[in-house]
Design a protein around this ligand. Structure first.
Ligand code: ADP
Ligand code: MG
Length: 389
C-alpha cells in the first residue's frame, strides 16, 4: 500500500498563558510545546488542570492572555476567529450535534459556510458517513436524538472532518460512551488517522486512552504545566516524576499491551471453518476426521458468525442456526489489551477479523502471555510462528 501523505501541519505554542477574568490564579501558565504535523498528541491530566483551556486557545474559542500560537507557521490571530475555526475540526464529548438538524445537515455545516456547491457538499456528506462507518442510506436523514451515543460521536467526527481541515481538536470525544463502544471508536480513529495523517490534539483524563491513541503524550499538571512530553513507550518505561509515575499507575506491563496490536503477533490458524451453506453432516465428518470438537461458521463474505460444537450438529438443521453466535471479537487493529479482555470473556481464545470483518484467525491466551513475559524480560516481543497442536 502507498504511504499516505501527511495532510496535517505543525502547531507551536510559545509561552501561552490564560488568566480568566476575576480569577486570581492563572488557568494555564507559560506553556510552550511543539506539536508535529501528522501526529496525534494527547493532553492527559486530572480534571481542572487546564486541558480544555489550552486546547480552546488553539482555535481561539478562548483568547490567550499571553503568548503566541502558530498553526502551519501562521499566527492564529492572522485570521478572524470564525474563519480560523472553519480550518480546524473540533469534536467534543456528547458530540455537540445540532438537535434540530439531520445527520446530513450537521455534517454539511462547515462546507456550507465555506460556500461549497450543493453537489460538492452532498457528495462530501456521503463520503464522510462512509468514512466513519455509518450507512448513508440509513443515517442521512435521521435526527441526533435517534442515534446511539456511539453513532452520535461518529457523526461528530464526520462533521469535524467534513471540510478536510489539517488540524483536528478533540476534547474527551469518547468520554460519554460505554467502554466497548469507546474501544471501537478509538480503533476507528486510528484507522482514519492512518489514512488522513492530520495533526490531532486529543484531550483525555484516561491514561490508557492516551497510551493507545497517542504518538506523543503530554502529561499535564496544574495550570497545564508539562510534567512530561514524550512517546507512550518512553513515558511508560521512564516516568519523569513521581506524579507521572502515579498517573501511569500500577500494571505497567499490562499497559504496554495497549501499545501492541493484534496484527503484531502471530495468529492461530487452526480453527476448522465452515460456510453457512455447508451441511451439518459434512462438518461433522471433518471434525471427526481431524479429532476436533469445534468449528467456526463463516457467512458468504467470510465474516465469522457462530461457534458450533460437534454435539450441536446432530440436532441442527442448518449451520446458520447451530451452536452459539459470536458476540465478542477483535480486529487486527485492536490492542493486545482489548484482545486479552475478549479472550478472558470468551474462555481461551478470541476470533480476529480483518478488513470488511473477514476472518483472520484466532488469538489465544498463550500468545498474550508469551508477549507479556517478553515485555517483562525487556526483549522485543517474539513473533510466534506456526502452532503445534
Ligand atoms: P480541564 O479541561 O483540564 O478539566 P479546564 O481548562 O476546563 O480544565 O479548566 C482549568 C481551570 O480554569 C479550572 O480551574 C476551571 O475552573 C477554570 N475555568 C475554566 N473555564 C473557565 C471560565 N470560563 N471562567 C473562569 N474559570 C474557568
Ligand atoms: Mg476539560
Amino acid at each position: 500500500m502507498a504511504e499516505h501523505t501527511v495532510s496535517g501541519v505543525d502547531i507551536e505554542l510559545e509561552h501561552v498563558s490564560k488568566n480568566y477574568p476575576g480569577q486570581r490564579a492563572a488557568a494555564v501558565e507559560d506553556v510552550s510545546m511543539h506539536i508535529p504535523a501528522g501526529e496525534i498528541v494527547i493532553f492527559v491530566g486530572p480534571s481542572g488542570c487546564g486541558k480544555t483551556t489550552t486546547m480552546k486557545m488553539i482555535n481561539r474559542l478562548i483568547e490567550p492572555s499571553e503568548g503566541t500560537i502558530t498553526i502551519g507557521g501562521q499566527d492564529n490571530r492572522s485570521l478572524d476567529g470564525d474563519q480560523l475555526r472553519r480550518t480546524i475540526g473540533y469534536a467534543i464529548q456528547q458530540a455537540g450535534l445540532f438537535p434540530h438538524m439531520t445527520v446530513a445537515q450537521n455534517i454539511a455545516v462547515v462546507p456550507g459556510l465555506l460556500g461549497w456547491s450543493k453537489q460538492r457538499v452532498a457528495a462530501r456528506v456521503e463520503e464522510m458517513l462512509d468514512l466513519v462507518g455509518l450507512d448513508p442510506g440509513e443515517f442521512h436523514d435521521r435526527y441526533p436524538r435517534r442515534l446511539s451515543g456511539g453513532q452520535q460521536q461518529r457523526v461528530g467526527v464526520a462533521r469535524a472532518l467534513a471540510a478536510d481541515p489539517p488540524v483536528l481538536l478533540m476534547d474527551e470525544p469518547f468520554g460519554a460512551v460505554d467502554p466497548i463502544t469507546r474501544g471501537n471508536l478509538q480503533d476507528e480513529l486510528m484507522r482514519l488517522q492512518a489514512e488522513l495523517r492530520k495533526t490531532i490534539v486529543f484531550v483525555t483524563h484516561d491514561f490508557d486512552e492516551a497510551v493507545k491513541l497517542g504518538d506523543r503524550i503530554a502529561v499535564l499538571g496544574p495550570k497545564s504545566t508539562i510534567l512530561q512530553y514524550d512517546t507512550p513507550d518512553a513515558i511508560l518505561a521512564n516516568p519523569a516524576t513521581d506524579t507521572v509515575a502515579g498517573f501511569v499507575g500500577a500494571g505497567a506491563s499490562l499497559k504496554q499491551l495497549t501499545l501492541m496490536r493484534v496484527r503484531d503477533v502471530q495468529l492461530t490458524q487452526e480453527a476448522i471453518t465452515a460456510r453457512c451453506d455447508e451441511t451439518c453432516a459434512e462438518i461433522r465428518r471433518q471434525l471427526d476426521e481431524r479429532g476436533r470438537t469445534y468449528a467456526l461458521v463463516l457467512d458468504e463474505r467470510d465474516r465469522p458468525q457462530r461457534w458450533v460444537h460437534i454435539r450441536d450438529l446432530p440436532a441442527a438443521r442448518t449451520l446458520a442456526e447451530a451452536g452459539k453466535p459470536i458476540t465478542d471479537w477483535v480486529t487486527t487493529q485492536s490492542t493486545l489489551r482489548d484482545a486479552l479482555e475478549a479472550i478472558l470473556a470468551d474462555g481461551g481464545s478470541a476470533v480476529v477479523t480483518k478488513e470488511q470483518g473477514r476472518y483472520a484467525g484466532t488469538i489465544d491466551i498463550h500468545t498474550v502471555m508469551d508477549t507479556i513475559s517478553d515485555l517483562r524480560g525487556g526483549q522485543e516481543p517474539r513473533r510466534r510462528t506456526g502452532d503445534p497442536a
